[in-house]
Design a binder for this molecule. Structure first.
Ligand code: FES
Length: 168
């Protein structure tokens, strides 16, 4: 008779069921663990104010500024490009507009169409916005350009998230 240990049918079934059961339990627990530690997995800098430009570079004419923010999604880290059209209004208050057209998401430019020199113009479908970012009625966009949350600190302009505004 050999010394080899034989696995009985009962033991084999026990091992198999334990393995499959453990695998299924891990599958059910993983989303719960992820939910519990979710704050750790959220983007690290999204929504935080980022330094964009020195205040003395601003004028009454809209200028485009680009910057990058760090985004952490789980274990994946990436840099996201952000842009804004920024100017000082008649009261020297900062106006920082998102360049994303509220029609279908193309990028709008300031005074880029000779026919509308004092407006933001979207080349995709002829969308137009006043300097304030309000959409011109009877053009494709149905809402104003979103406005960035901003803060001025030590002569520096910081921008946060762009917030949608009421339809005109
Ligand atoms: S995407 Fe700007 S007008 Fe259509």
């Amino acid at each position: 008779m050999s010394d080899k240990k034989q696995v009985s049918r009962r033991q084999f079934l026990n091992y198999t069921l334990t393995g499959v059961g453990g695998f299924m339990a891990a599958g059910m627990l993983a989303p719960m663990v992820r939910f519990a530690i979710d704050p750790v997995l959220k983007p690290s800098q999204e929504g935080e104010l980022a330094p964009v430009t020195e205040m003395d570079k601003l004028s009454n004419e809209p200028q485009r500024f680009d910057w990058k923010i760090e985004q952490v999604d789980g274990w994946y880290e990436s840099q996201v490009q952000k842009s804004a059209w920024v100017y000082l209004d008649e009261n020297d208050e900062v106006v920082a507009l998102s360049p994303i057209c509220t029609h279908l998401g193309c990028t709008v430019n300031w005074a880029s169409n000779e026919e509308y020199p004092n407006e933001f113009y979207c080349p995709c479908h002829g969308g137009r916005y006043e300097k304030s970012g309000n959409n011109v009625p009877n053009t494709p966009p149905t809402a104003p350009l979103p406005l960035y949350v901003h803060e001025v600190k030590d002569g520096m302009l910081y921008l946060g998230d762009a917030k949608s505004r009421e339809k005109v």
